[in-house]
Design a protein around this ligand. Structure first.
Ligand code: ADP
Ligand code: MG
Length: 335
């Protein structure tokens, strides 16, 4: 059997089915943004890992050591945020092509990763170092904590829930597009940085969980539709997304108006925004608006969950309902 037939998520499902966890303290193994372990009464430990491989996740022609360091931790913190957890520390393993990668580059990398660590109260706990051969390989594991009963899973979405997304969609995908084309337009720095050094929504995730607002939550790493698809599948409901409500940044809109023939596609399928997508009961809508004001940061209503819908549908600009394929990035299908 070929991996491309199974796809990345088919492969992960296969592993999860073959090796279910047995220890009752493990509340969630494979299948969410972080593993969830109940260590002692009231205390939950969260553990998550993500790797970045040169040529697949990054390209040293369009980033630098500092930004790469920042991003390596950011993508991991995003998974702890998606559970509503508080990150504590991280381990960092590097496979380094020693003939090509300089000490100065690595010093910058460590400055970048620890800058985000200081900002979020997360410390470097250890790691592993090896010759990397052809590609620089970065693997980060983050440890976090949460209170019993406050962890938010992908699977908790309910019929009638409102769907919300933090921040803006599509910026990171547009940033990558601009970097690949070598277009460095003035005024697009924010968009480019959304791809190179994303901001994990650590505080937003914690506040949402502390206040018991979401029923289900996931971070958007593979694109809105792909990640919403995980949330709806695990929650056993469908979703309707209103395309007119998708939050697009001012810079994104300005660029799209002139150069982008299908901006909605970038917002729906472009990955790496590392925003949070959550569902909450309609009674929580005022609390969501209050939190958004408190954070001076958009948290936007984009649609609803419904058990009457199968999979995901979108409402387009003409108010027509259309089925969509929730495809996002898949390592074994998109290379
Ligand atoms: P995320 O995008 O939030 O990092 P992934 O899609 O990478 O999540 O992973 C989904 C789930 O599958 C997570 O629980 C992750 O720990 C698990 N997972 C991914 N790859 C593997 C693997 N090779 N072996 C075991 N579990 C895996
Ligand atoms: Mg995730």
């Amino acid at each position: 059997m070929k991996l491309s037939d199974l796809g990345e998520f088919g492969f992960i499902d296969r592993i999860a089915r073959k090796y279910p966890t047995k220890n009752p303290s493990i509340l969630k193994g494979i299948g969410d943004d972080s593993a969830v372990i109940s260590l002692s009464k009231g205390l939950i430990v969260l553990l998550s890992t993500d790797q970045l491989i040169e040529g697949f996740h990054f390209n040293l022609e369009i980033t630098d050591g500092w930004k790469l360091g920042w991003k390596s931790l950011a993508v991991n913190l995003s998974d702890i945020a998606a559970m509503g957890g508080v990150p504590i520390g991280f381990c960092l393993s590097l496979g380094i092509p020693s003939q090509r990668i300089s000490i100065e580059f690595l010093d910058d990398f460590y400055k970048g990763i620890t800058s985000l660590g200081e900002r979020t109260g997360v410390e470097l706990l250890g790691g592993d170092t090896s010759e990397g051969g052809e590609r620089l390989t970065i693997s980060v594991s983050v440890l976090g904590k949460a209170s019993q009963g406050k962890v938010i899973y992908r699977q908790g979405g309910k019929d009638g829930d409102n769907l919300y997304v933090t921040g803006y969609l599509g910026d990171a995908a547009l940033g990558l597009k601009l970097l690949k084309k070598g277009v460095y337009k003035k005024g697009m720095e924010n968009i480019i940085n959304r791809h190179l050094c994303p901001e994990p929504r650590t505080r937003t995730g914690q506040l949402l969980a502390e206040r018991g607002i979401p029923n289900a939550m996931i971070d958007i790493s593979d694109g809105l539709l792909a990640d919403l698809n995980h949330l709806v599948n695990q929650s056993g409901v469908g979703a309707e997304v209103d395309l007119c409500l998708l939050p697009l940044s001012t810079e994104f809109r300005a660029w799209a108006a002139v150069y982008e023939p299908n901006p909605i596609n970038l917002a729906l399928r472009g990955g790496e925004d590392y925003e949070l997508l959550f569902s909450a009961s309609p009674e929580k809508s005022e609390e969501v608006d209050r939190l958004s004001k408190e954070l001076s940061y958009p948290i936007t209503y984009i649609g609803k969950l419904s058990r009457k819908i199968k999979g995901i549908v979108v409402k387009d600009e003409k108010r027509k309902i259309k089925e969509v394929q929730p495809l996002g990035f898949d390592h074994f299908r998109d290379g």
